[in-house]
Ligand binder design. Structure first.
Ligand code: HEC
Ligand code: HEC
Ligand code: HEC
Ligand code: HEC
Ligand code: HEC
Ligand code: HEC
Ligand code: HEC
Ligand code: HEC
Ligand code: HEC
Ligand code: HEC
Length: 367
């Protein structure tokens, strides 16, 4: 028969259980079922080990804070009375022991190899307490990951989320996940989960990074339709804009085969499209009656300008991701912050272009 107090305790526990279940924290539920508390022998541990989980730490692991040392340690009498402390107490470092209270962390298809060691958890977590959330063993997530990895996070361009905020775990789960490299989402979805809006950049000078998702709503560049990683590195790069090959962000460049300002594009496309000889099969952007390769004309010949450093960048006409008009052609680009409109139309065997700064021009293939 239940005493009044027992019934009271019982309903209190049920109330807590219900609240815990409502917040979806299965671990706490399991934990409450364990009814973690210090046993008689635990009570003496803190007399000699007050420092393992004291209030000077910002975060204390519940069982250590509760003085319930025996969940993970078994001490012989000679340890407790201090007569022979060395070698007379066990330490259970096994992940399986953590799983007696916690949900499994290795049950998703892509498991971090760091978890495959049977004593893995304590390579990253302090079992007692630490000044870092989740009792991490290092002062920050990147520092923790760097104890085993040498991921390059610095370069000519570096990616804000790699070191800011939740850092590495902005994109990776530290335990196991559904996607390769333990990414939180498939790579492209992950990139677009942040680049689906304008972002005010600070790395490498203040500027507004455009909404990339929006660009993919127009004519999508087929090179960008699959994966962002076809051109970008996720962490840092020696090239501009985290690109995997050199690229000039300037709108005008002197074109040179050797020091190619647009090398990024030519990891997939052929530079023949920029030559004024034998261009008939190399590009469709040409005017056959004038025997002119219009890619060469704009990019290499600087549109006839004597100053060849005024060669037009691909990005004046094309956006590498996607753009509103056919052949991934922009409808606006900016010269010193001023918008220049480009109206492009395909015509039989060619195209025509009207720009704020020049009248409608046409090109045709075939004679
Ligand atoms: C009388 C003091 C005293 C008490 C009580 C005591 N310890 Fe210790 N403990 C020590 C000393 C001293 C050492 C260092 C031994 C050594 O040099 O290896 C130690 C070491 C340890 C270690 C590290 C062992 C290793 O292999 O590195 C653990 C774990 C530990 N104690 C847990 C406990 C727990 C759990 C309790 C309570 C059940 C407890 N101790 C009670 C004095 C004490
Ligand atoms: C959740 C499991 C767990 C609980 C609870 C726990 N410990 Fe530990 N303890 C460990 C593990 C695992 C290690 C070894 C850590 C390592 O190798 O990095 C350890 C190491 C130690 C050490 C060695 C020195 C150090 O700080 O690493 C002492 C002393 C110790 N524990 C005392 C205690 C005392 C006293 C309690 C109770 C207040 C306690 N522990 C509660 C898991 C636990
Ligand atoms: C006896 C049960 C028990 C064991 C064994 C145990 N834990 Fe815990 N752990 C808890 C409880 C209870 C909490 C507090 C949950 C909360 O605050 O959300 C907790 C919290 C944590 C947290 C913080 C979770 C959060 O969301 O803030 C981490 C990390 C953690 N434990 C790691 C470990 C590791 C690593 C081990 C094995 C070395 C371990 N735990 C073993 C009961 C346990
Ligand atoms: C490679 C390092 C690493 C290893 C190994 C590791 N963790 Fe973690 N763990 C982390 C980091 C980092 C976080 C914080 C994640 C975040 O901020 O989202 C975390 C968070 C947690 C949390 C709280 C959030 C959550 O996911 O539930 C628990 C509980 C936890 N770890 C338990 C464990 C257990 C149990 C093991 C062993 C099976 C383990 N961890 C192994 C790095 C690690
Ligand atoms: C205790 C060592 C250790 C720590 C700490 C560690 N890792 Fe790992 N990690 C490994 C090992 C071992 C591998 C497999 C070998 C490799 O790819 O380097 C690995 C592989 C990876 C991979 C590639 C997985 C794949 O499928 O190819 C990623 C991503 C990763 N770790 C991210 C992280 C992140 C993020 C952190 C910090 C939260 C971290 N690691 C901390 C040991 C560790
Ligand atoms: C913006 C998202 C993002 C952030 C933040 C991030 N990563 Fe990655 N990481 C990725 C992607 C995407 C890949 C897969 C690259 C590939 O497959 O080419 C990757 C791959 C990895 C790999 C596998 C080896 C490699 O270089 O391809 C490791 C290890 C890794 N990351 C560790 C880390 C560490 C450590 C941090 C924090 C310092 C971190 N990552 C931060 C997105 C990110
Ligand atoms: C967690 C949010 C987040 C995710 C996920 C993310 N980014 Fe970013 N990205 C940012 C932020 C914030 C900046 C601006 C950082 C700054 O300059 O301060 C940025 C900047 C960039 C830049 C400009 C870098 C430069 O040097 O100018 C590129 C390129 C980029 N991201 C590509 C990607 C790619 C590719 C992915 C997927 C692998 C991705 N991003 C995933 C938040 C994110
Ligand atoms: C075909 C190569 C290519 C692919 C694929 C690609 N990008 Fe880019 N990305 C570029 C180039 C080139 C630039 C530099 C454009 C410039 O200088 O204005 C760039 C710039 C960026 C920037 C910075 C924009 C700015 O003005 O600072 C972000 C963010 C970005 N890309 C995200 C993505 C995302 C997200 C994906 C996947 C959906 C992706 N990229 C796929 C080539 C590519
Ligand atoms: C990862 C490979 C890859 C890279 C790098 C790449 N592209 Fe492409 N590009 C493609 C593919 C694939 C197509 C589709 C080919 C086809 O339709 O025959 C394409 C087509 C195009 C088209 C034609 C679109 C149309 O509808 O006619 C343009 C314009 C273009 N790319 C511009 C660029 C520019 C500018 C760069 C550099 C910023 C670049 N590409 C870098 C793969 C790439
Ligand atoms: C002055 C505007 C302009 C510039 C600058 C420009 N393009 Fe184009 N590009 C076009 C037009 C217009 C087409 C469509 C030709 C057609 O199919 O009628 C085109 C087509 C393409 C194609 C499809 C294949 C082809 O050649 O017909 C690719 C690939 C391409 N451009 C890449 C680039 C690259 C890479 C650069 C920079 C090195 C660049 N473009 C610079 C206007 C431009």
């Amino acid at each position: 028969m239940f005493s009044k107090t027992k019934m009271w305790t019982c309903s209190l526990v049920l109330m807590v259980l219900w609240q815990v279940q409502a917040s979806g924290s299965e671990s706490l539920l399991k934990l409450l079922a364990h009814n973690i508390k210090a046993n008689d022998s635990d009570a003496v541990c803190l007399q000699c080990h007050a420092g393992v989980a004291d209030n000077t730490m910002n975060f204390i692991h519940y069982p250590a804070g509760a003085g319930a040392c025996s969940y993970c340690h078994v001490a012989k009498p000679e340890h407790l009375d201090g007569s022979n402390p060395a070698g007379s107490v066990s330490i259970n470092r096994k992940a399986e022991n953590c799983y007696t209270c916690h949900d499994r962390k290795d049950d998703k298809p892509v498991v971090h190899p760091a978890l495959m060691d049977e004593e893995s958890c304590v390579s990253c977590h302090n079992p007692h307490a630490s000044n870092q959330k989740y009792f991490l063993k290092e002062e920050s997530v990147p520092a923790l990951c760097s104890t085993c990895h040498d991921v390059n996070t610095h370069g000519n361009s570096q990616h804000g989320p790699v070191l800011n905020g939740r850092a590495c775990v902005n994109c990776h789960t530290p335990h196991s996940g559904n996607y390769e490299k333990m990414l939180l989402k498939p790579a492209k979805d992950l990139c677009l989960s942040c680049h689906n809006k304008e972002i005010q950049a600070t790395n490498g000078g203040a500027r507004t990074i455009p909404n990339i998702q929006k660009k993919l709503e127009g004519t999508v560049h087929r090179g960008a339709a699959g994966s962002c990683l076809a051109c970008h590195k996720p962490h840092a790069s020696e090239n501009n804009r985290l690109l995997s090959a050199p690229w000039s962000t300037k709108t005008y460049n002197t074109y040179s085969d050797r020091d190619n300002a647009y090398a990024m594009c030519f990891t997939c496309h052929k530079t023949e499209m920029l030559k004024q000889t034998d261009f008939v099969t190399a590009t469709n952007f040409r005017n056959d009656s004038k025997q002119l390769n219009l890619h060469w004309f704009h990019v290499v010949d600087a549109a006839g300008n004597e100053d060849k450093s005024r060669g037009r960048s691909c990005k004046i006409c094309h956006d590498p991701h996607g753009a509103p008009q056919a052949h991934v052609i922009n409808s606006t680009w900016f010269m010193n912050g001023n918008p220049i409109k480009i109206e492009y139309q395909t015509i039989d065997n060619g195209g025509q272009c009207t720009k704020s700064c020049h009248a409608t021009r046409q090109y045709r293939r075939g004679n």
